[in-house]
Design a protein around this ligand. Structure first.
Ligand code: E4P
Length: 217
């Protein structure tokens, strides 16, 4: 499973990228707003750090506007992925932009039917939102399973980019299901390293190291 980082924090992206943990980056208007930076400037900076796909979301809601913005975003770097919402106009923009050779991430997906439409429109990535379904007492992970089944039934090449990930358990559940990509905030990716038995085991080792005065260098 590929790891995308769901942030515009370039320091956090660079740190994870140096560790080989970053296969791509996703942003959205809320993330850009939180960064307080100009979308074109911060997106370019991210593209300079990361080799993999970097999603930058359009702000228009009509197809023509999304296409114009997508073309402008695509000029930032070769690894730009234009993110469009899963609306009828978004699907139209997806079809046009992918036919021009631009990667497209169709976002705000909450059903298998929506994912099916995105694949038919040639999406490079479909972004089903796990956490926001869980927030309203629906099962976000079940949606990932359903899309995996639908795409595998027909050999669609659109990659499932599991989004709105809120916990380390979401990451392992996505990997077990076979999501192609999971995008998560840096803190969630780092939390994947945590285990109480690791902490306990290390504490015991450290006590023995001190007791026996073990030194290596
Ligand atoms: C990523 O592409 C999504 O925009 C993001 O994962 C949404 O996460 P949230 O539901 O926690 O805002």
């Amino acid at each position: 499973m590929k790891f995308f980082v769901d942030t515009a924090d370039t320091t956090a992206i660079a740190e994870l990228n140096d560790l080989g943990m970053v296969d791509g980056v996703t942003t959205n208007p809320s993330i850009i707003a939180k960064s307080g930076r100009d979308i074109l400037e911060v997106t370019k900076e991210i593209c300079d750090i990361v080799d993999g796909p970097v999603s930058a979301e359009v702000v228009s809601t009509d197809a023509d506007g999304m296409i114009a913005e997508g073309r402008k975003l695509a000029k930032i770097a070769d690894n730009i992925t234009v993110k469009v919402p899963l609306t009828w106009d978004g699907l139209k923009a997806c079809k046009v932009l992918t036919s021009e050779g631009t990667m497209v991430n169709v976002t705000l997906c909450f059903s298998a039917n929506q994912a099916l439409l995105a694949a038919k429109a040639g999406a490079t990535f479909i972004s089903p939102f796990i956490g926001r379904l869980d927030d309203i007492n629906l099962d976000g992970m079940e949606l990932i399973e359903d899309i995996r089944t639908v795409y595998d039934n027909y050999g669609f090449e659109t990659q499932i980019l599991a989004a709105s990930i809120r916990s380390a358990n979401h990451m392992s559940d996505c990997a077990k299901i076979g999501a192609d990509v999971a995008t998560a905030p840096p803190a969630v990716i780092k939390a994947m390293a945590n285990h109480v038995l690791t902490d306990k085991g290390l504490a015991a080792f450290l006590a023995d190291i001190e007791k026996a005065n073990i030194k290596i260098v």
